[in-house]
Design a protein. Sequence first.
Length: 369
Amino acid sequence: MNPSHDLSHQNKPKPKAVIVGGSIAGVSCAHALILVGWDVVVIEKSRRPPKGNPTGAGLALDPLSQELIGSWTGHPELLHDITSPAAIDLNQAINDEKSRKILARDENFNHRAAHWSSLHDHLFSALPPEIFLWGHLFLSFSVSSDKRSVKIRAQVLDTEETAEVDGDLLVAADGWNSLIRKHYFPDIKRRYSGYCAWRGVLDTIGNSVTMKVSDEMIQKMYQDAEKIWHPTFVQVMRETKEPFVNAIYDCDPPERIVWDNVVLVGDAAHPTTPHSSRSTNMSILDAAVLGRCLEKLGSENLTAALEEYQSIRLPVASKQVLHARRVGRIKQGLELPDRKSFNPNTANWEECEMLQLRAVPFFGHNPLF
Ligand SMILES: Cc1cc2nc3c(=O)[nH]c(=O)nc-3n(C[C@H](O)[C@H](O)[C@H](O)COP(=O)(O)OP(=O)(O)OC[C@H]3O[C@@H](n4cnc5c(N)ncnc54)[C@H](O)[C@@H]3O)c2cc1C
């Protein structure tokens, strides 16, 4: 039969993905899946899109993420407008006398810096608004006995009613504390990195737990800052209302990120410490690889497509998580089983070079792209 006369595919319903979590990984997956012909619903507990919400600091987008985002939104020039160049990767040590030592400097870094909310708004605004269920708190899910469909239960926060949403695929983009990951790994432990960050924004962000701090701790922070930071930065710290502490966590890489018709993406798949500047780039790449695998193998071969996604992303993400963990410990001067603690005053060229983001495994080289 002439393929142009075969109209059967036109009546075939589109496969449907339910994405839990509407942050960077969730909206990226929505783009990648819509692009390859899927219907998408995004379940997000926040009551409304975080438009203009100043929460969050900064993200560094690598060239591939920039290209992918441009291809999803169709407006690479707009991404350029909302980001600033992060052209140099500079590692320097400042000792007590305020003298600086450059440890490593990469002039060809070629990243762009984005405010979390600008990037989110950019990705979100290019999606159909009706695919989002805001104010829906994901509660649980069940996979059908033939493994072909999945049912998601969520609490509608305004009414406290329970809503049910069916789909062919469940995409877990519910972040570092993912309930969906806990379903498969009930005993998984988050791992304290051994260090904290002082922050001046509100709410729990990324792979960190916020803690209230005493006045005494804040005074000690100011004293330490006077010794080691540039005066402008000390001033910013002094003017920040209610600074607080983030204890930084990650998780050991999991053995799987795919089961039946359930897939983990973003921080739900691989919570990581910030030292490889990867978590957002990983989320964007997870979405793109998932889209490519679904496109290549078709929704009728969902199991094979998800297995391929896992075989591509899990080894890469696992290495990057462990690398970030290692660099974090080195930068904090903490010991590692195979090396003494890092001393910026005596470190050799090789030790300093590994502080660069260029040293991250698979930097600039991503299987499938
Ligand atoms: C407001 C905000 C600001 C951030 N700012 C920065 C930053 O400045 N720098 C940086 O490096 N990283 C930041 N991050 C983290 C960064 O987005 C992630 O590390 C990375 O991009 C991976 O994103 P993710 O979508 O996998 O996870 P996350 O960004 O953590 O998103 C998870 C999403 O799932 C939703 N969710 C969780 N549980 C449920 C549930 N039960 N029901 C429904 N929805 C649920 C959350 O509300 C959230 O929107 C921020 C995250 C958020 C949410």
